[in-house]
Design a protein around this ligand. Structure first.
Ligand SMILES: Cc1cc2nc3c(=O)[nH]c(=O)nc-3n(C[C@H](O)[C@H](O)[C@H](O)COP(=O)(O)OP(=O)(O)OC[C@H]3O[C@@H](n4cnc5c(N)ncnc54)[C@H](O)[C@@H]3O)c2cc1C
Length: 309
């Protein structure tokens, strides 16, 4: 029997340890330690923290205010329940043409409704639904690529100026993980980076406290910040850089298309595929045109014929 698209995404989600609690999907990532205790991760952790909640009944009084012959109030009694994000975007789109009457596209045909929009590149109604994610187990090099996406996103990232070495962790690239020599070199390198960071921070702080102020620092946190902002210069690209990432569906679709593409850099592709798996799990309609495909090296890509809605 042929595996459906839904079956493929569910299978990969579950094989990556994906879970859904109260409707919120997550793919967590375990933490490893080197022999001397330096913490590192081998894959992105993606946790959906927020998604839309829609009150369609709120349209009631507005719809009652039109000629009863138009039959608008029945809009709120559509028997087919949609994911809130789909419902929100569909209602936004139907408001444009006052498509609330009996000839409207009902929820049962929501997938076809969105296909008409995405195939025509009319993606603006997708901007109403936003999702927020905690992203961790991602390196500074990946986040530098991710933050290039400006339109329709919100980003809050851990401050290397503010946090101390006590939360320092690293990310091992997939290429190192199955190669004994490269893995050993990685562990040695992150041990060294963590030790050098601590040593540098210690020396700078000592100087600061002795009054050999490198920079003016009236308060203790300020002194710490100035020590850390200097010490971080020696941290490698493979330092973990967790963030809260919010995007509307139009932006998220574009990011999945660009970054889950087979030509995207491998670490960001892994992240984008996980983001997609969480999104399609939550809203199989808004992301229903995407196809998950395996690549020869065992990784995955995501494609759609309706790019850049
Ligand atoms: C495989 C790959 C390789 C890359 N290599 C490089 C590289 O070598 N060097 C490099 O610097 N970058 C590189 N990038 C980053 C790339 O150039 C973009 O900065 C990044 O992908 C963000 O995408 P975006 O421009 O579509 O922005 P988004 O913020 O995601 O914007 C979405 C869309 O909104 C519109 N938009 C956004 N902002 C504006 C604006 N200011 N004016 C008008 N329209 C706007 C555009 O249509 C845009 O496509 C690479 C990206 C990929 C995927």
């Amino acid at each position: 029997m042929e595996t459906t698209e839904r079956g493929r995404t569910t299978e990969l989600f579950e094989s990556l340890g994906g879970t859904v609690a109260d409707g919120f999907p997550a793919i967590h990532s375990p933490v490893y330690r080197t022999g001397t205790g330096t913490a590192y991760l081998k894959a992105p952790g993606v946790v959906m923290l927020s998604k839309p909640q829609v009150n369609v009944r709120g349209l009631g009084d507005f719809l009652e205010g039109f000629d009863p012959e138009l039959g608008f109030p029945a809009y709120i009694d559509d028997p087919t329940e949609l994911p809130d994000s789909s419902q929100l975007c569909k209602t936004a789109g139907q408001l444009c043409y006052a498509s609330f009457g009996p000839r409207r596209t009902t929820n049962e045909n929501a997938a076809a409704y969105f296909e008409r929009l995405t195939s025509a590149g009319h993606g603006s109604v997708l901007e109403h639904a936003s999702f927020s994610f905690l992203l961790y187990g991602i390196s500074r090099s990946v986040t530098h690529e991710l933050v290039r996406h400006r339109a329709g996103v919100g980003i809050s990232q851990v401050s290397q100026r503010y946090v101390s070495g006590s939360v320092l962790r690293f990310v091992e690239r997939p290429e190192y993980q199955d190669d004994g020599e490269l893995h050993r070199l990685f562990e040695e390198r992150v041990d060294r980076a963590a030790a050098e960071y601590e040593e540098m921070a210690g020396r700078l702080l000592e100087r600061q406290e002795r009054g050999e102020a490198l920079l003016d620092a009236e308060y203790r946190t300020d002194a710490r910040k100035k020590v850390q902002q200097t010490s971080r210069s020696l941290l490698p690209n493979e330092t973990e850089a967790p963030m809260m990432f919010t995007g509307n569906v139009r932006a998220l679709r574009h990011i999945v298309e660009m970054r889950a593409d087979e030509h995207a850099e491998s670490e960001i592709r892994t992240l984008a595929v996980r983001l997609f798996l969480c999104l399609v799990r939550t809203d199989p309609i808004l992301f229903g045109d995407y196809q998950l495909q395996s690549l020869p090296d065992g990784t995955h890509k995501v494609t759609t014929k309706y790019r850049k809605a």
